[in-house]
Design a protein around this ligand. Structure first.
Ligand SMILES: *Cc1c(COP(=O)(O)O)cnc(C)c1O
Length: 390
């Protein structure tokens, strides 16, 4: 599914030199490369604050902790995504409230969000799944209407652009002013910089991958940034003076070396994946048995994954089996929606609660897409898939 070895051949010398420097300086925690990376990523994203931390999951947890929520408060998360956001919500004693997704983009469905709001709702976590932004204009309008926080899970969408539609409102909440201007029609903002807080992951397979775990939180709000920075470091501003109950979640200096070396390639890699996606689209668009990924008008797509939709679960499984014999790897992201997972059984959800999520989980299938995929491999993959329907 991914060729990590080929991917960073270009940066490897730079990384080795960086590692040597860090080892010599023994500056393993909060070394100067970490500060440098935070600055560079902030500049790339056009966001005021980037706070690096230990993983994407930590980034979401720390963001939730910064909102001062109390047990029983509800946080809306999509039923069809990676488990991290729902897990963090639950770990903090908050209540994950699942909502359905849009059949075309696989992203959170704003109408379902609005239906799920109660007087205990405090936050929404839209996930920009597979590299394409959720409908943030609608989400931000709902957030403004009901005074909710928005934490974007941009773990799969680092670098993808949200294209702002016209809308209304500016949002002020307690000590936080939020300068989202829905009137910025046509203006582009990077995924994760639209809501109050954005999160990303540097897990090796993500569009900017470290040599281990890593993550980051973004925000334009100074007060939230200050809290997040402290919470990630045991709730302390000054050493041994603890303002909040926090966690220990940091990006290693060695990982920052890797990320500094790889950051300049993010755009190029995304462009390469987009070209591969365009090739696949052309190959499969006339195949009646498959649905190629939809492109939302409000977002660019960095194609963290290229997911086809089959007609049925049986056909999907048979196609996977067929491709296995061709030596073509496929994956199902994600085979079981979160509301049906045993881990969340206590919440009282049932089969049938989120028909779109359940349906998509049965029919979806990801095929290889990565910046070092060769033309010849792309053609082979396409041939393998189309031969199944012949
Ligand atoms: C990868 C991922 C995460 C978690 O990131 P880690 O760094 O692995 O903790 C969270 N949400 C989504 C959508 C992801 O894809």
């Amino acid at each position: 599914m991914l060729d990590l070895k080929a991917q960073d051949r270009r940066c490897r010398r730079k990384i080795r030199r960086g590692f040597k420097r860090v080892i010599r300086s023994v500056d393993f925690i909060n070394g100067k490369e970490v500060g440098l990376f935070q600055q560079r990523l902030a500049k790339y994203l056009g966001v005021k604050h980037v706070i690096a931390c230990g993983s994407g999951t930590d980034a979401i947890q720390i963001s939730l902790m910064a909102l001062d929520l109390v047990p029983g408060d509800e946080v809306i998360v999509p039923a069809f995504t990676f488990v991290a956001a729902a897990e963090a919500v639950r770990l903090l004693g908050l209540k994950p409230v699942f909502v359905d997704i849009d059949i075309n983009t696989f992203n959170i469905d704003p109408a379902s969000v609005e239906r799920a709001i109660t007087d205990r709702t405090r936050a929404i976590v839209p996930v920009h799944l597979f590299g394409q932004c959720a409908d943030m204009t609608s989400i931000m309008e709902i957030a403004a209407k009901y005074r909710l926080f928005v934490i974007e899970d941009a773990c799969q969408a680092l670098g993808s652009d949200y294209i702002i539609r016209e809308g209304t409102g500016q949002l002020q909440m307690g000590p936080f002013t939020y300068d989202y201007r829905c009137t910025d029609h046509g203006i582009r903002k990077k995924a994760g910089t639209i809501g109050h807080i954005g999160c990303t992951s540097f897990f090796p397979s993500k569009s900017l991958g470290a040599y281990g775990d890593g993550g980051a939180v973004f925000t334009n709000n100074d007060e939230l940034a200050d809290r997040i920075r402290k919470i990630a470091c045991h709730g302390a501003g000054k050493r041994y003076i603890h303002q909040y109950v926090g966690v220990n979640s940091r990006l290693d200096t060695l990982q920052a070396v890797v990320l500094n070396a790889k950051l300049p390639f993010v755009e190029k890699h995304s462009a390469k994946r987009s070209r591969i996606a365009a090739f696949y689209d052309k190959e499969f668009v006339s195949c009646m048995q498959l649905k190629v990924p939809s492109r939302a008008p409000h977002s660019t797509h960095i194609f963290h994954q290229y997911c086809l939709l089959c007609r049925s679960e049986r056909e999907r499984n048979a196609l996977q089996f067929h491709l296995e014999s061709w030596g073509i790897p496929t994956r199902v992201y994600y085979p079981l929606p979160l509301h049906l997972q045993q881990a969340f059984a206590g919440l009282g959800y049932r089969k049938g609660d989120f028909p779109v999520a359940e349906n998509v989980a049965k029919r979806i299938m990801a095929i290889p897409i990565h910046p070092t995929l060769k033309r010849r491999q792309m053609r082979y993959i396409s041939k393998g898939i189309l031969s199944f329907f012949d």
